[in-house]
Design a protein around this ligand. Structure first.
Ligand SMILES: [Zn+2]
Ligand SMILES: [Zn+2]
Length: 225
C-alpha cells in the first residue's frame, strides 16, 4: 500500500488529466491519491466541480481512494485561512498549502498560517520551518511533507528533524507533475535520505497517511470550526 496526497494535473501545470493521473496511480498500486492542483481562490469552485466527478467515477469503478483537493499556492499568508475554508466549502476534501520552500519567494508567514488553520490538511515542502511552527502543526493535526520533488526536497532533512523534535506527523508526497508515480522502494529511500531511521519508514509511508486519510474521510461530515 502506498499513498500520495500531492499531485498535479492539467487543471494546473501537470501533464495528465485528472482521470488519467488516477489511472496511473491505480496501475502503480496506490491505495489513495490526492489531486491537488495549484490555485488561489478563483479556481476553487471549478476544481471542486470537475474533481468531484472524475474522482467519484474513479472511486466507483476502481480500487482507489481518489481525493479531490487543491494546493493553495502563493496565496497571501494572511489569506490562507479564508482560502482553505473556501476550498472545503467548494467540495475539495484535501487542502494542501504550498509552504515556504527555499527555492521560491513564498510569502513569509505562509507556514505559520497553514499550521494554525484547522482546514489545512498538509503543509507541503515547508523549507526552514521553525520548531514553533512544527509544534503548532502537531497540535493542530497538520501533516508536514517530505517532498520527492528535486526543487523542494532540499530541506527534507530539516523538516524531518523539526517533526521529530515536536511530534508533528510527516508524510512523503511526490508533488508529481508528470507521468510516473514513485515506486515503493524509491519512496523508502527518500525517507531514509531525509535522515529518518529504518524504524520510522513505516510510520511515514503508511501509518501517517492512513491517519490522514481517515481524517479526510471523517471530515466529510463538516468539522468543528
Ligand atoms: Zn508546492
Ligand atoms: Zn505541488
Amino acid at each position: 500500500m502506498i499513498y500520495d496526497f500531492h499531485t498535479h494535473t492539467t487543471l494546473s501545470d501537470g501533464e495528465l488529466s485528472p482521470i488519467e493521473l488516477i489511472r496511473r496511480a491505480v496501475v502503480a498500486g496506490y491505495a489513495a491519491v490526492g489531486i491537488t492542483d495549484h490555485s488561489g481562490v478563483g479556481s476553487l469552485s471549478r476544481f471542486g466541480q470537475e474533481l468531484a466527478q472524475d474522482c467519484g467515477l474513479a472511486r466507483d469503478h476502481w480500487d482507489i481512494m481518489a481525493l479531490p483537493g487543491v494546493e493553495l499556492t502563493h496565496v497571501p499568508a494572511s489569506g490562507v485561512a479564508e482560502a482553505a475554508r473556501a476550498a472545503k466549502e467548494a467540495g475539495l476534501w484535501l487542502v494542501v498549502v504550498h509552504g515556504e520552500t527555499i527555492t521560491e519567494p513564498v510569502e513569509e508567514g505562509t507556514n505559520l498560517a497553514a499550521v494554525s488553520c484547522s482546514d489545512v490538511d498538509v503543509l507541503a515542502h515547508p523549507g526552514l520551518i521553525t520548531a514553533e511552527e512544527a509544534e503548532l502543526a502537531a497540535r493542530n493535526d497538520v501533516f508536514l511533507e517530505i517532498s520527492a520533488k528535486p526543487s523542494h526536497c532540499i530541506a527534507n532533512g530539516h523538516v524531518a528533524r523539526m517533526a521529530r523534535l515536536t511530534g508533528a506527523r510527516v508524510i512523503l508526497n511526490s508533488d508529481n507533475h508528470e507521468l510516473d508515480f514513485l515506486a515503493e522502494e524509491q519512496a523508502r529511500r527518500i525517507v531514509l535520505a531525509a535522515g529518518l531511521e529504518d524504524s520510522e519508514v513505516e510510520e511515514v509511508l503508511r501509518e501517517n497517511p492512513q491517519l490522514l486519510l481517515e481524517r479526510i474521510l471523517a471530515d466529510r461530515v463538516p468539522r468543528r470550526r
